[in-house]
Design a protein around this ligand. Structure first.
Ligand SMILES: *[C@@H]1O[C@H](CO)[C@@H](O)[C@H](O)[C@H]1NC(C)=O
Ligand SMILES: *[C@@H]1O[C@H](CO)[C@@H](O)[C@H](O)[C@H]1NC(C)=O
Length: 153
């Protein structure tokens, strides 16, 4: 109990902010970077997506299907986008996780709405931690309480 409380506290601090946001970033087992973007598309707009990141002031487009704009060459065959249920898109990027600079701002845009999150390299969480966190039932109960007392989103 104490142990799960501790685990919850640690993961909670790392994950709860991520869960409140419409964009979340984690690292997969094979070291691919995963960016989930859950912005709800507007019914009357074209449902296009755009994933990018920035270091400092330089913004780089990783993947998009907005007609007329193109991702940078180096990301073309390294990134992949799939649709998420009930809405949103998941972008995975292979081969760049180890070369990230200290601070990276991840951005996604759907139907003209932009979400962004800045994550320090050392604070990137493994995707498995996210799903493990959601699987442990005890942790769940404790964490629900934890979330309850920390609701700020
Ligand atoms: C982008 O992809 C989504 C789903 O894959 C599609 O619904 C949308 O029409 C595409 N947008 C453009 C501009 O091709
Ligand atoms: C990274 O971002 C954090 C928070 O935004 C900031 O406090 C820190 O100084 C930044 N570090 C570098 C190396 O830019």
């Amino acid at each position: 109990m104490l142990k799960s409380l501790f685990v919850c506290g640690v993961l909670g601090v790392l994950l709860i902010p991520a869960q409140c946001q419409l964009i979340s970033v984690c690292v997969e087992e094979d070291n691919d970077l995963r960016v989930d973007c859950e912005i709800e598309p507007k019914a009357n707009k074209i449902n296009s997506y755009e994933f990018s990141w920035s270091f400092g002031t330089k913004e780089t487009l990783i993947n998009t299907n907005v007609s007329g704009s193109a991702a940078e060459m180096q990301f073309r065959d390294k990134s992949e986008v799939v649709e998420l249920e009930p809405h949103g898109y998941r972008m995975t990027l292979s081969g760049f996780t180890d070369t990230l600079p200290h601070n990276t701002t991840y951005m996604c845009k759907i139907s003209g709405n932009v979400e962004s999150v800045t994550i320090e390299k050392d604070h990137l969480v493994p995707c498995s931690a996210v799903s493990m966190f959601l699987k442990g039932s005890w942790t769940w109960v404790v964490c629900l309480l934890f979330i309850f007392f920390r609701t700020h989103c």
